[in-house]
Design a protein around this ligand. Structure first.
Ligand SMILES: Cc1cc2nc3c(=O)[nH]c(=O)nc-3n(C[C@H](O)[C@H](O)[C@H](O)COP(=O)(O)OP(=O)(O)OC[C@H]3O[C@@H](n4cnc5c(N)ncnc54)[C@H](O)[C@@H]3O)c2cc1C
Length: 417
């Protein structure tokens, strides 16, 4: 089923009765060439690119819940390529380019909106750091514009520029950054993979990984045993638990990240604003809700909901930055489980078990990575070699200490990234 303006018009005039489900609901086969554990953004995009780029279509995505129920449907939808370190830079730059062609690629409206991101700074030292970052972004071929205080004011007049603790000195504008509708991204990739023959198996929890003579043979699931010579663990906050089924201990800690949305308001914020000093960021959804969030809940947890101290912290930071937000009513808050690595950068790699792959460690920035992550893991699974944009995301950097990519210079504490 192809989408077009004409089709939308026809369906609108005939009671929307002609739409078919976006993907099939197949029974599991006994064996696939490859299975992907986890039907989040990264698992679905991996399946899509395996089929599209490498012609591998006898594959299944195994999802313990429903498509879009994990972090892919819980994030604050920010897409950007404003990384500083080699290794991360080329990967996120590639991802942004894939985002720019994604709707045509998927024939699906993911509401990708390049409304621009402004990262605020509040001291001379921070300005220097942003100048360096902006130069690195431009050297990579991406965009960055340094704004002084009046430059920020021209875009965001409602901020509190004179706050005594965090006076605004300026900001770094990344104009190609923005937002996308998160669950549409999951649905678009799911539909694209399904169209190419991939089986999407929902309510199919993986409960064991079968390994013989050092090679993966398949998985045990709540819907029976499924054999496969290639298995990828793409389970975000649950990566540690699933990898343990293969006897692995990943360098991952799972933490809750919360987000909040207000009632719908008239358009008032037309960028994404990031207030790093207050651990606060905000944008406005197409429905009008102000969508915002902050830092992780600091304790490790598998609960998909957060706790009040961080909610209070986020509200305080919001009021510090833009007192006008005090008038908006918060409708909902929710949490997702973040897979935090010690250097804050992700892992896309093979493992010591032949045929077993891992894709995890996205910390709280894995939404923007969805296209390039699936692209790179599909490349690794199909060819056996890492894709050039993801060659640094090796698992053994945490054992050897070589190749660590600590973007924020925060040190080896998972929850500080
Ligand atoms: C509040 C919040 C805000 C965020 N904001 C942003 C943002 O603005 N920008 C950004 O880039 N990133 C953001 N992120 C991070 C981003 O959402 C995640 O890094 C990314 O979605 C993780 O990858 P995923 O989509 O594959 O994860 P998920 O959607 O969580 O997919 C993993 C799937 O694995 C399944 N699974 C787990 N165990 C099993 C099993 N045993 N068997 C079968 N299936 C299993 C789960 O059910 C889940 O569906 C945010 C996250 C949160 C929670």
């Amino acid at each position: 089923m192809r989408f077009s303006g004409l089709r939308v018009l026809r369906e609108g005039l005939t009671g929307n009765k002609g739409w078919a489900p976006h993907w099939r609901d197949p029974e599991p086969k006994a064996e696939y060439d490859a299975v992907i554990i986890g039907g989040g953004g990264h698992g679905l995009s991996t399946a899509f690119y395996l089929a599209k780029n490498h012609g591998m279509t006898n594959i299944a995505v195994l999802e313990k819940g429903y498509i879009g129920g994990g972090n892919i449907g819980r994030n604050t939808t920010i897409v950007r390529a404003n990384y500083y370190l080699p290794g991360n830079q080329e990967f996120y730059s590639h991802s942004l380019k894939l985002w720019e062609g994604l709707e045509q690629d998927l024939n699906y409206n993911v509401m990708f909106s390049q409304r621009g991101i402004i990262n605020l700074f509040h001291s001379d030292g921070q300005r220097d750091a942003f100048v360096r970052r902006g130069n690195a972004m431009r050297a990579q071929g991406d965009d960055a514009i340094l704004l002084d205080r009046e430059g920020v004011r021209a875009h965001l007049p409602y901020l509190d520029f004179e706050n005594s603790r965090f006076p605004i000195y300026g900001g770094l504008l990344h104009a190609r950054g923005g937002t996308a509708r998160h669950d549409a991204v999951a649905w678009g990739y799911a539909r694209g993979a399904d169209e190419r023959g991939v089986d999407l198996l929902q309510n199919c929890e993986v409960t064991g990984i079968d390994i013989e003579n050092g090679a993966v043979r398949g998985v045990q699931t709540s819907r029976g045993v499924i054999r496969a010579k290639k298995v990828a663990i793409v389970t975000a906050g649950r990566s540690g638990q699933v990898a343990a089924m293969a006897g692995m201990r990943l360098p991952i800690e799972s933490h809750v990240l919360q987000a909040f949305v207000t009632e719908g308001l008239k358009p008032c914020i037309d960028h994404v604003i990031s207030f790093g000093m207050g651990h606060f960021y905000i944008s406005q959804s197409d429905k009008g809700g102000l969508v915002f969030g902050g830092d992780l809940d600091f304790y490790a947890s598998y609960a998909q909901r957060g706790n009040l101290p961080m909610a209070e912290h986020v509200m305080e930071a919001g009021m510090t930055l833009m007192p006008m937000i005090g008038k908006a009513k918060v409708l909902r808050s929710w949490g997702g489980i973040m897979d935090m690595t010690p250097d804050g950068s992700p892992i896309i790699d093979t493992t010591d078990t032949a045929g077993l792959f891992v894709n995890c460690g996205w910390c709280y920035g894995g939404f923007k990575a969805v296209p390039a992550s699936g692209f790179a893991l599909a490349h690794l699974m199909a060819t056996g070699a890492p894709h050039e944009t993801a060659a640094g995301f090796r698992l053994d950097r945490f054992r050897t200490g070589r190749g660590l990519m600590d973007e924020e210079g925060t040190g080896a504490q998972h929850n500080l990234h």
